[in-house]
Structure formats: C-alpha cells, structure tokens
Design a protein around this ligand. Sequence first.
Ligand SMILES: [Zn+2]
Ligand SMILES: [Zn+2]
Length: 345
Amino acid sequence: MRPEDILGLTPAGVCCKRGGFHIDPTRPVERALITHAHSDHARAGHCAVLATQETLDLMRLRYGENFAGTTQAVRYGETVALDGATVTFHPAGHVLGSAQIAVEAGGLRIVASGDYKNVPDPTCAPFELVPCDVFITEATFALPVFRHGNPDGEIAKLLRSVVVFPDRAHLVGAYSLGKAQRLIALIRNAGYDRPIYLHGAMESITRYYESRGIALGELRLVRGADKAALAGTLTICPPSALNDLWTRRFPDPVNAFASGWMRVRARARQQGVALPLVISDHADWDGLTATIAATGAGEIWVTHGQEDALVHWCGTRGLKARPLDIVGYGEEDEPGEQSSAEAGE
Ligand SMILES: [Zn+2]
Ligand SMILES: [Zn+2]
C-alpha cells in the first residue's frame, strides 16, 4: 500500500477514503476529524465530528450548540476504528485540546499534526512525538529567520514597560483561543499578581480554560471599568481591537502584540505595534526541522505557510517531500469577534 492509498486530497482537503473521513476539512463533509478548534481547522456544518472533548467544547462555544450533526469525543492515546483505517489522537502542544491525528492502514502510519509546537506551554498538554512513515506538517513559520526564542524574555519586556509607564494602560493583542490564555499564564509565572483585564471577546474561552483547571489569577472585564483606574494596568484583547475606537477608553495606551510574526520588525511597525512580543503557538524553523527529523518519517507533506523552504530543506536531508496546497488554512481569524460590533464594548 502507498501513503496515497490511505490519505488523498478532495476539494474539502485531506481525505481518508477507506476510513470515510476528512481531517480538518475546509468545507462541510459527512465525517470530520478535527485537530483543534482554531477557525481555519474547525468549521461548523459537518454531519459527524470526532475530536477531543476540549475541541468539541470550544467549537460549541464559538459556533453554538448545533455546530455539527453528531459529535464523538476521543481521548489522547485512544484508538478508534473507522471502516478501513484506525485513528489515534496525540497531543500537539498548540492550544488546549489540540491533537495530532495518526492514521493507520496496511501497516503504514501517517500523522497529520494540524498546528503544533514543541516548547512548554502551561495551558495545554505537551507535544508528543509519534514515529511515523509520513508526517504532515504545518509550515507557518518555516523560514530560518523565524526563531521564536524564550517567551519569558518577552514577558519580562512587557512587565518592565508596565513599570516604566505607570500612567499608561498596556494593551496586548493576542488571538482569543490559546494565545490569550497562554500569555496570561506566562505573566502569572513571571510573578505578576495584579488583576489582568480582558476584552469581552475573550471572556467565554478564557473562562472555559479556567473550568479545565488552568489557573489564570484574578481577571476583570474592561467593560464598565473607569478610564483613570485603567492607568498602569494590563489588558489582553483581540489583535483587531488594537486599531479600534475601543482603545479610547484607556489612558494613553501602549500597544503590544504577541505573535511569531513580531519577529518581522516591518510588520510590527506597519500595524502600529510599539511593543512587539515574539510569542508563538507554532513551531519555529528549528522546531519544525527538529520535529520532522525526529519522527523518522521518510516522506513529508507540507501545508499552510512557507511550504517551499521546508520542502527544499527536506530534499537536502534526503526526505521525499511535497506541498499539499490546501486553500483555506492560515492564520486563525476571529469569527464573530469584531470588537466594535460587540454588545457593550
Ligand atoms: Zn491553530
Ligand atoms: Zn493552522
């Protein structure tokens, strides 16, 4: 059996015909296996969805009760037989509930990793290395220029700025699912124990993280807070809110943004970010190449991002590699979280 006999491509994305399912399909299908709840991977409208309990809960929070016809929760390490294939979910270290999906048939194992990172994150289970024949990797930061470094150094930079500007508010742009909660946890680990303010769009997901046992300290909503009282405070908000009228409620705000893209100075400048924080939930160049090598896979399929550089790198290592060219994956957008449209904001 060849890998292509197990997983192929349809207009909806990666498909296992013999198992009767798609992985992270970009349009509605009969049976979808979902790696994690970011909107480019987890869409509403599938007949049946298999995912971790956290991913199902987060999809329900974002899309509502009827986001799928039926759902089935799969635990990490649990193997499920689906017609002509078996699948097992393993932690991907990307966000709460994120999974790599190992598909096995005919003695071959293909791992679809979704999005992943191989560095510690206090808000989710650590990435698990799964030996395989074919590894499907993301390539969001697959250029040698992307080296994320230590996030603690970036948090120290932020907290120093808060001390230096006690009369100003600090706003930190961060994606609502995963990045925001990791940022708060990192800030707490650095010893900051004052209340942290939240944009309303982050409330439900953040409360969900807390309900899963992730301690985030005292959190307050910006809504209703007095402008003068926000001097010297820290607020986490969706990136789109940084350039919004919403920021007028803060005294002389300092804009920060936590993202792997902040390694690119021009991008930070262009977005009006005074305090770029290089903190990413994706593997950087070293993380991607080290992980690919460690899986022992002889064949690499590359999705969303800088596919060419990674395919080329694989070639220099004697690995067979090809881009999958799936349209529809990219940076996590923020469905329904336009800050200005939000009630009460
Ligand atoms: Zn993601
Ligand atoms: Zn992605």
